[in-house]
Ligand binder design. Structure first.
Ligand code: C2E
Ligand code: CA
Ligand code: CA
Ligand code: CA
Length: 278
């Protein structure tokens, strides 16, 4: 039931819901993982266009499980969401990612780090203040942190979510919409929320060469994003033909296996240019 994933981790294809005992065991183990700092953060670089520089990366959580080895989010994120542990998990990832970004910044290799959020974090009163405290403690300028939200989070209609989002933007944190194009068709939230970046879902990138449809959608998202003053990132870029098309379409940043897989910070560092902090 377990196999080696593309990023060198194993994960379970078993449906955890149907195995009550395994699920309970995994839940207890995840609680212990949070107490014992078994979560690690991998970084997947993004490439700037047209220049090609690596100035940003996405933080992706992994679980260094004492028996099962390195586990992918697919093995535990859903469980973390269901049990509420996602809030502590998210805090730990944010803390680690900001500490790492601060280290790169101080080394003259500044990187903006994108961190995925759960809606449960955004529903916490005082979440934005917590983020401010982490930035202060790690001495990271706010614009080196990007937070990734999904379209469904912006449709929550909760005052606390809206307040957190406004307060985060006021701090100077960058806000991106992840998996853009897969959620709801209403684009009204682009006006209502202070978003500065769209990440085109990788399913559209995968279809770029297959037919006219996905290419038209990708081009339209880029044009619309730019006319709203947003940066546009393509995720799941796997081959050179996709890179060329996205360059022609004037996409701002590329992320995907072609640029680099998610990896530990110390493996990414040698690939980063040295420059004066901006
Ligand atoms: P996501 O935010 O859409 O992250 C991108 C996923 O696509 C990552 O999977 C990444 O390894 C994978 N990927 C990157 N480039 C390529 C490519 O060229 N081709 C293909 N086929 N895949 C690519 P990963 O690391 O397994 O993460 C899965 C999901 O888990 C993430 O999807 C995100 O929704 C969630 N996740 C990861 N870390 C966190 C976290 O710290 N907090 C929360 N709340 N969710 C997280
Ligand atoms: Ca993401
Ligand atoms: Ca995504
Ligand atoms: Ca996704």
């Amino acid at each position: 039931a377990k196999y080696l994933g593309g990023d060198g981790y194993q994960f379970y294809s078993d449906n955890l819901q149907t195995h009550g005992i395994e699920r309970l065991q995994l839940e207890n183990q995840l609680r212990k993982a949070l107490d014992d700092a078994q979560l690690v953060v991998y970084y997947q670089p993004k490439q700037d266009l047209p220049g090609g520089a690596l100035r940003s990366a996405e933080a992706l959580v992994r679980w260094q499980h004492p028996q099962h080895g390195l586990l992918a989010p697919a093995a535990f994120i859903e469980l973390a969401e269901e049990t509420g542990m996602i809030v502590r998990l998210g805090e730990q990832v944010l803390q680690q990612a900001c500490a790492q970004a601060s280290q790169w910044y101080q080394n003259g290799q500044p990187m903006q780090i994108a961190v995925n959020l759960s809606v449960q974090q955004l529903r916490q009163r005082g979440f934005a203040e917590q983020v401010a405290a982490v930035l202060l403690a790690t001495e990271l300028p706010a614009h080196y942190l990007q937070l990734e939200l999904t379209e469904s989070m912006l449709l929550e209609q909760l005052d606390v979510v809206e307040q957190n989002i406004a307060a985060l933007r006021a701090l100077g944190v960058s806000l991106a919409i992840d998996d853009f194009g897969t959620g709801y068709s209403s684009l009204a939230y682009l006006k209502r929320f202070p978003i500065d970046t769209l990440k085109i879902d990788r399913t559209f990138i995968a279809g770029l060469q297959q037919g006219a449809q996905d290419a038209a959608i990708v081009r339209a998202i880029i044009v619309m994003g730019h006319s709203l003053g947003l940066q546009v990132v393509a995720e799941g870029v796997e081959d050179e033909a996709q890179r060329q098309l996205l360059r022609d379409y004037q996409c701002d940043q590329l992320q995907g296996y072609l640029i680099g897989r998610p990896m530990p910070a110390n493996e990414l560092t040698p690939h980063l240019a040295r420059e004066l902090p901006i």
